[in-house]
Ligand binder design. Structure first.
Ligand code: ZN
Length: 166
């Protein structure tokens, strides 16, 4: 009970490594795998329309937010991994992410009232991630500390459509 959370991670490292091998094998190498009985991975990635993951059946939960920001979905993540016994989480940032330097004034395009636009603008500004690689690494580390499970930081290249482990 008084055990520090970080010490739990080595116990799941080899399982996380195997899971990573399946993720990279399926997506990057287009290998086929038998359908899984239970999911092995939770993936948090950006909602960007260019990201299309190739995954085995029943292999992973996929949660998508702007910039692969964990904050808005952290409780769903904790709930899903605990409920299904998942022992690894992949954070997948990507190249050319609009959330690195989001322009809050794009909401002026919306046919809505000024008060609503002001609200969205302030929210968008606070969601900037600055650098996708650094942000992805920092989020993986933060999740390891909070959940006690290995976090796998990856970058999705929107031009080559390949994943790269950071
Ligand atoms: Zn993005």
């Amino acid at each position: 009970m008084n055990q520090p959370r970080a010490s739990l991670i080595p116990a799941f490292q080899s399982e996380a490594d195997q899971t990573l091998e399946v993720l990279l094998g399926s997506h990057n190498l287009e290998k086929d795998y038998e359908p899984f009985t239970l999911p092995k991975l939770a993936i948090v990635t950006c909602m960007d329309y260019r990201i299309q993951l190739r995954l085995p059946k029943n292999f992973a939960f996929v949660l998508r937010t702007g910039g692969a920001n964990i904050r808005p979905i952290e409780t769903y993540l904790a709930f899903s991994v605990a409920r299904t016994g998942i022992h690894a989480i992949a954070i997948i940032g990507h190249t050319d992410c609009a959330m690195e330097k989001p322009d809050p004034y794009v909401v002026d395009e919306l046919p809505t009232d000024n008060e609503t636009k002001i609200f969205y603008r302030s929210q968008i500004a606070s969601l900037a991630i600055k650098d996708a690689r650094e942000y992805t690494l920092a989020q993986a580390k933060m999740l390891e500390e909070r959940l006690g499970l290995p976090g796998l930081p990856l970058i999705y290249d929107v031009e080559t459509h390949k994943l790269e482990l950071l």
